[in-house]
Design a protein around this ligand. Structure first.
Ligand code: MG
Length: 299
């Protein structure tokens, strides 16, 4: 099988010694690599290797030890994905947005503790969401505004969406968070579609209930399957990326599931992990070089 192994470190930190050590380990394992192609100078490199991706990653892992280098081997055929399915909170944006809203009210720590348990998979996501939203009952909806204004994108988020769009992929944002945030992120980053929960607001106040169906772990997975079907894209050509337990089903349903700085439960299940670098790495894993990467989605 023709495969490609991608190695990515923080900008300036990928050294020839990392690449050489991996090439030697591959040769020792009988997986002689072809020439190295630098996707980004001193940051991302790929090696063409004839062999099974799992065996290639095992050899690379032995050579790299605990060096802060993200790595992923994929078959060359189908390496570029046609559907991006991205989680929002702690993936595309740096915040947990519901926690940030709760912080505006003084009950932030109470809500964040429930969020953390849900993201680690210790309690059911639906239960964690409804109990957190209930804690906001009667609050002025204006508490959402500062969070909306302060939304911060994770490094590489713009490039990930814009580059995949520019190369013809369909990009979807899916969140157990809220539409008031996904609407803004969708417009600013150029996602084709978005799905999230709705705050029920009556007379300018949060009712503590959802204004629509709950977006759960199962909803995320079901929407991936639905959207792939609508666009005639096989699930193997989908890339799903997230950080928490509620992303588990969607990353397992996609051809390439990536845990981005993920919780242990997600890292264990994901086909690939980004632990040390930013979201551009999801482009390098697909073989995009810097010259192909853009920051603005097509109009
Ligand atoms: Mg998340």
């Amino acid at each position: 099988m023709r495969s490609a192994l991608t190695l990515v470190a923080a900008p300036g930190d990928l050294e020839a010694k990392h690449v050489d050590a991996v090439a030697r380990a591959l040769s020792a394992a009988g997986l002689a690599p072809g020439p190295t192609r630098w996707l980004s100078p001193d940051r991302a490199a790929e090696l063409a290797v004839e062999g099974d991706p799992e065996a290639i990653e095992a050899a690379a892992g032995e050579a790299l030890g605990d060096a802060p280098v993200d790595r992923c081997a994929l078959p060359v055929d189908g390496r570029r994905k046609r559907l991006l399915f991205a989680d929002m909170d702690s993936t595309i944006v740096t915040d947990e947005t519901l926690d940030a809203v709760a912080h505006q009210t003084g009950i932030g720590e109470k809500v964040a503790a429930i969020t953390a348990r849900g993201m680690r998979g210790e309690i059911d996501f639906a239960e964690s969401l409804t109990s957190r939203v209930a804690l906001l009952t009667g609050r002025d909806a204006a508490i959402i505004e500062p969070v909306l204004a302060g939304l911060t994108y994770s490094p590489g988020a713009r490039a990930l969406v814009a580059t995949m769009r520019a190369h013809g992929a369909v990009c979807a944002l899916v969140s157990g968070g809220f539409t008031i945030f996904t609407d803004k992120v969708r417009a600013e980053l150029g996602f084709n579609a978005a799905k999230a929960n709705v705050f029920e607001i009556v007379d300018g106040r949060l009712t503590g209930r959802l204004g629509g169906p709950l977006v759960s772990r199962e909803t995320k997975q079901a929407w991936l399957v639905e959207l792939a079907g609508q666009h005639g894209i096989p699930r193997g050509a989908a890339l799903a990326i997230g950080d928490g337990a509620n992303d588990l089903a969607m990353i397992e349903a996609a051809g390439l599931g990536i845990a981005y700085r993920g919780k242990p439960i997600l890292r264990a299940a994901a086909r690939a992990r980004i632990d040390h670098t930013d979201l551009r790495t999801a482009l390098y894993f697909q073989g995009y070089a810097d010259a192909e990467i853009v920051e603005r989605p097509p109009a």
